[in-house]
Design a protein around this ligand. Structure first.
Ligand code: UDP
Length: 236
């Protein structure tokens, strides 16, 4: 496997081409951004932790027959993934109310969503990722009705698998963001990453935040908590 040119650089990852046209390398950076990249910070080693944590989650989902873009971990900061056409919709799954939904709708903090709530946001930094609905996705031709159905089913299944797994590790899965893509044959697969950058993890016992909220809310010790998440996931 040969690493070739940079194809795309995002806020937390860089995507490189390889000598195989259907595969790309995702490189995890140390940079953290929040509030539409108005707040930035470098956390030495964060990329390594997120690559390891995301690889572990993708392996777990594979065992449960969830289709993902993940192939294998290549190095500390790199994973090999199938090249997909990213659907520009961020899919957020919420088990408990916190963050933007509390501010936007006035729903009390920690309100439990049963069944879990699924929301869609348009992936567009210039517009600040606005919340959108099913009809907007169709009107903007971002995905077909059958694809949205598949995405919703997968998102709920992923929530079940991750919630149960994390609970055993003493971690509450509060909410998280997913991105999906299409393989060349049109199959919908989970893409991007699942990590403490894209999920809210609360310690089951203490309620302590073990995710990117440590950066958003200036709570400190971000890498220490990411390290603790990895340690628990690995059963160390
Ligand atoms: N999230 C994300 N990327 C985004 C926006 C949200 O990964 O661009 C994740 C976030 O980490 C949280 C969930 O999606 O786990 C819900 O985030 P929320 O809508 O509350 O927005 P926030 O207040 O985090 O900006």
């Amino acid at each position: 496997m040969e690493k070739r040119e940079k194809l795309y650089e995002g806020k937390a990852k860089i995507i490189y081409a390889t000598d195989e046209p259907d595969k790309v390398i995702a490189y995890y950076k140390d940079e953290a951004t929040a509030f539409n990249a108005q707040k930035r910070e470098l956390y030495q080693g964060k990329g390594v932790l997120n690559n390891k944590i995301a690889s572990l989650f993708f392996e777990l989902l594979k065992k449960h027959n969830i289709p993902t873009h993940y192939i294998k971990q290549l190095s500390d900061r790199e994973m090999l993934v199938y090249k997909v056409e990213i659907i520009p919709v961020e899919v957020v799954v919420r088990n408990l109310a916190t963050g933007s939904i509390v501010k936007r709708l006035g729903i009390p903090e920690k309100t439990e969503f049963k069944p879990p709530l699924i929301e869609f946001y348009l992936k567009n930094d210039e517009l600040g990722d606005p919340i959108i609905c099913y009809e907007h996705i169709l009107a903007m031709n971002l995905a077909k009705p059958e694809e949205i159905e598949t995405i919703k089913k997968l998102a709920l299944k992923i929530n079940e698998i991750l919630s149960e797994f994390l609970k055993e590790k003493g971690i509450l899965l509060v909410d998280f963001k997913l991105e999906f893509g299409r393989l060349p044959d049109g199959t919908i697969v989970l893409a991007d990453e699942i990590s403490p950058d894209t999920c809210r993890f609360w310690d089951l016992k203490t309620g302590e935040r073990m995710d990117k909220d440590r950066f958003r809310l200036d709570l400190g010790d971000l890498t220490k908590y990411y390290e603790e998440v990895l340690k628990r996931l690995e059963g160390r």
